[in-house]
Design a protein. Structure first.
Length: 270
């Protein structure tokens, strides 16, 4: 269940009896009150408790997502100021990146991503704040720890458990929808974003390692639907990411990649 676009979507969940047990005159009035946040769906005695809990959880996640959007914009400016105070030549040595003409050039999804001393960006890939934040964080704070080959889910990273629900909503679920409906998705990830197929202990039908940042690789595992079982997509992180990105940047990176892949898939299926 996704965030409702109108009271009518909530109304469809009700029994439409206008019983007034919720103290509203009609079910439509109750749906409108739920939509505006004045009432809780669980206050209707005829809505399944599990469905009501799932509904309210997703709405809470959606609200957190909206709040985090403003936070990401603020974080870009804060980190840009930190970039201005960073020795970019030293950062390039630390990260195994290039330093040319006063700019550090790191690889983002296999493409050159250049940042100058004023935090100005030059790159051929689509840039949004959800990608800019982790790149700036990486340049300023990453220790440069190389990949270990040990893959873990977000919840096993420091601070990851608190971000797991929002990460699932903004990253894992959108990517699963793309993989389910766009059959060539993983092949295009390989071709366009410098991904590499791999064998893993997770026994996935498709496993692709991607390097959104050279020292912060991700592993996408996709299991195709089988009889009686729906498809599944999981994202794993190399353990080195703990040394090279904050958990907040890990989340924003995932959301940014999902946004990028959605745009890419829409463009190529239009």
């Amino acid at each position: 269940m996704s965030q409702p676009a109108s009271p009518m979507e909530i109304y469809k969940l009700l029994n439409k009896s206008n019983c007034r047990h919720c103290n509203e005159k009609t079910c439509m009035a109750f749906a409108a009150a739920v939509f505006t946040g004045k009432r809780s769906l669980s206050e209707c005695p005829y809505v399944d408790a599990e469905a009501a809990a799932a509904f309210e959880n997703e709405n809470n996640v959606a609200q957190q997502s909206n709040d985090n959007g403003a936070e990401v914009d603020d974080a870009v400016e804060e980190l840009r100021e930190q970039v201005r105070q960073t020795d970019l030549e030293e950062a390039a040595r630390r990260l195994g990146a290039r330093f040319e003409k006063g700019r550090i050039i790191v690889k983002v999804m296999g493409k050159d991503f250049a940042v100058d001393g004023d935090g100005r960006i030059s790159t051929q890939i689509h840039v949004n704040p959800w990608v800019t934040v982790p790149v700036f964080d990486y340049i300023v704070n990453a220790k440069g720890t190389p990949p270990t080959g040990k893959w873990v889910p977000l919840r096993e990273l420091k601070g990851g458990r608190e971000r797991e629900g929002l990460f699932d909503q903004r990253c894992t679920k959108p990517l699963k929808r793309i993989a389910d409906t766009y059959t060539d998705f993983f092949n295009d990830m390989l071709d366009v974003f410098d991904g590499k197929r791999t064998e893993t202990r997770f026994d996935a039908d498709t496993a692709v390692v991607m390097y959104p940042l050279a020292k912060a690789p991700l592993l996408f595992c996709y299991w195709e639907p089988e009889e009686g079982m729906e498809s599944n997509l999981q994202i794993f992180f190399d353990k080195c990411v703990e040394d090279n990105l904050s958990i907040g940047s890990v989340y924003t990176l995932g959301a940014g990649l999902a946004h990028m892949f959605e745009k890419f898939s829409l463009k190529h299926t239009a």
